[in-house]
Design a protein around this ligand. Structure first.
Ligand code: NAP
Length: 286
């Protein structure tokens, strides 16, 4: 990497940002595309968020990502919010354009792209979503927008699954939406796709699974948005049953690529080999 006076800084703000893989992904893409850019992480305190954004404007930062816990909170400090981010109710990507900070969300689209790249179509599918936190919200809304026929939200805290189900129904009246307690999962076996959006099975608790996968037919596609470990026990169990599996690393890389497409206003000309990125991220994760 050749840093000089003209190098553009892109970054991630959140708290905590330790162990984020975003610098590896973005700097890899900058490098292989000979872009004079660098990506860094900044741990930001809640009280400093507004001041940090003002400083970014002064320094001419052209784009940044936002992670936990600021994906919703940041929206009030932005000049404009893109339609998709408004729909998903959260911002993970910000672009500076003509004196304005504009907020976008690439999480939902990143997940949907990982399904499409694996040959899975969402239209008219029955989808079981486990969890009702930030990741689940972005993914469920995007699945609804992408034409799912039915979405069932299961969560440990049932009030949160109820609220998310209500939000989906409110925006997409023609979709059938149900919600329940995570413990009731065995009542919902007739689904095409299962997505784990809980943090159950995430490092260091890698022996845990959110639900027993054996209740589903082996035609059910099993997804997990956790990327640490790359293949969770939930996915390993599904693989043993010959079910098609999709891991969280695909979503993570796709949302980063989509952020870059927003920052650089390009559609096709960022050269990326997802398998190559996955190959070296393996060392950062396992
Ligand atoms: P979050 O907003 O904190 O939500 C966590 C979810 O997990 C909630 O539904 C929570 O249920 C549930 N949960 C946690 N511990 C549980 C337990 N012991 N038993 C039952 N349910 C439990 O987190 P998030 O941002 O949605 O992230 C969730 C996971 O997705 C994390 O592992 C994160 O790394 C991953 N993620 C990956 C990507 C990607 O690009 N691949 C993007 C976003 C997130 P309650 O509501 O009952 O607490």
């Amino acid at each position: 990497m050749n840093i000089n006076w003209n190098t553009q800084l892109y970054c991630l703000i959140g708290n905590p940002i330790e162990k984020s893989l975003s610098p590896e992904i973005h700097n890899y893409i900058f490098n292989i595309n000979n872009m004079n850019c660098i990506y860094m992480c900044f741990n930001v305190e809640d009280n400093d968020l507004h001041q940090v954004l003002d400083t970014f404007k002064i320094l001419g930062i052209k784009g940044f990502n936002v992670t936990i816990p600021y994906k919703i909170h940041i929206m009030k400090y932005l000049d404009e919010i893109d339609e998709e981010a408004r729909l998903l109710g959260a911002v993970n990507t910000v672009k500076y354009l003509d004196g304005k900070f504009i907020g976008y969300n690439t999480d939902g689209a990143g997940f949907v792209k990982s399904l499409i790249d694996s040959g899975i179509h969402i239209k008219d599918k029955k989808i079981l979503v486990l969890g009702a936190g930030g990741g689940s919200h972005a993914i469920s809304m995007k699945l609804a927008q992408s034409g799912a026929k039915k979405i069932i939200i299961l969560n440990r805290t049932i009030e949160k699954s109820k609220k998310l189900a209500y939000n989906i129904s409110n925006k997409f009246g023609d979709i059938s939406v149900e919600y329940d307690d995570l413990k009731s999962f065995s009542q919902y076996t007739d689904v095409d796709i299962v997505v784990n959006c809980t943090s159950i099975g995430m490092y260091p608790d890698t022996d845990e699974v959110p639900i027993d996968i054996s209740i589903f037919s082996n035609k059910t596609v099993v997804c997990d948005i956790i990327y640490k470990p790359i293949k969770t026990k939930f996915l390993k169990n599904a693989e043993k049953k010959n079910m098609k599996i999709i891991g969280g690393m695909d979503m993570l890389i796709n949302q980063a690529i989509l952020s870059q497409k927003i920052w650089f206003s390009v559609d096709k000309n960022i050269a990326i080999n997802i398998d190559e990125i996955k190959g070296f991220l393996h060392y950062s994760v396992e």
